[in-house]
Design a protein around this ligand. Structure first.
Ligand SMILES: C[S@@+](CC[C@H](N)C(=O)[O-])C[C@H]1O[C@@H](n2cnc3c(N)ncnc32)[C@H](O)[C@@H]1O
Length: 253
């Protein structure tokens, strides 16, 4: 695991630009439109610092998070203890996992589909299928490469509680046949004068849009529901001029 995920507090500041409550509204709109079952229990894959956890609990859902970073899980556990919430934080690998219960909804955010090969992609979706009740939804935030490596990356800066975090994200092609890319996330932190440079590197197997559709149609246990730009169910991706923060939704059959 990279050093990046050993620093949950700085990671949380770096990615705090999101409107979490609006994103949970989108989850709920998906439940209304597409779920065939009532939603009570939720699993976040690659939950990290569990940014949606508090909002989900506030709205009455039961939250489960799966992650491979003990530091991130501990950070989420601390957050849950402050609100006395009954949450289930599980140490596990999204590539191949099993839960001892079934959930009603699964989601993964910020392109965190950390699989390195086609076989890992298959075991990942099989694991999600085993964890999700029939009729339930799996929402993927930016896990499909719509413009492979056209974008050079991104850079932004956020300050919270006197801590400044400058974040840079970039991608590089590793192998075009295996469709692997290396993602580098760098956090330049200034924590009240203490300076840190935190770097995380991960290899990902890219999945392209039409490939995703073929892949899902070949799965026996999922069907494609749709994809939308900018977390907005009124913006189908086909009509987007510039793709930004796209979400895709599939349903367990
Ligand atoms: C970009 S962060 C996303 C965290 C959080 N979901 C959010 O929205 O900010 C990706 C998370 O995936 C976790 N991760 C990376 N590879 C993983 C794997 N193979 N299995 C489970 N979690 C993994 C990392 O530890 C990290 O917490």
């Amino acid at each position: 695991m990279s050093n990046l995920y050993d620093n949950p507090k700085y990671y949380e500041i770096a990615f705090s630009y999101r409107d979490i409550s609006a994103e949970v509204d989108v989850f709920e709109e998906c439940f209304k439109r597409f779920s065939q079952i009532p939603v009570k229990s939720i699993l976040e894959v690659g939950c990290g610092n569990s940014p949606h956890m508090e909002e989900l609990i506030k709205r009455g859902y039961q939250y489960n998070g799966l992650d491979l970073s003990k530091a991130m899980l501990e950070y989420s556990r601390q957050k849950a203890s402050h609100i006395s919430a009954d949450v289930n934080l599980i140490y596990g690998n999204m590539v191949d996992f099993s839960l001892d219960m079934l959930v009603d909804f699964v989601y993964i955010t910020l392109g965190s589909l950390y699989v390195k090969s086609t076989s890992e992609l298959i075991t990942h979706f099989n694991s999600v299928a085993q964890a999700l009740k029939k009729g339930g939804l799996y929402l993927l935030d930016w896990c499909i490469q719509y413009d492979p490596l056209k974008s050079k990356g991104d850079r932004w800066e956020i300050e919270r509680d006197g801590i400044q975090v400058k974040t840079t994200v970039s991608w590089e092609l590793v192998n075009c046949v295996e469709q692997t890319i290396e993602e580098t996330i760098t956090l330049e932190v200034n924590d009240h004068g203490k300076k840190l440079n935190i770097v995380g590197k991960e290899i990902k197997r890219a999945i392209y849009p039409q490939e995703f559709l073929c892949f899902v149609s070949g799965l026996k246990n999922f069907e494609f529901m749709g994809w939308w730009n900018n977390w907005d169910l009124w913006q189908p991706l086909e009509q987007a001029n510039k793709i930004d923060r796209p979400i895709a939704l599939i349903r367990r059959t």
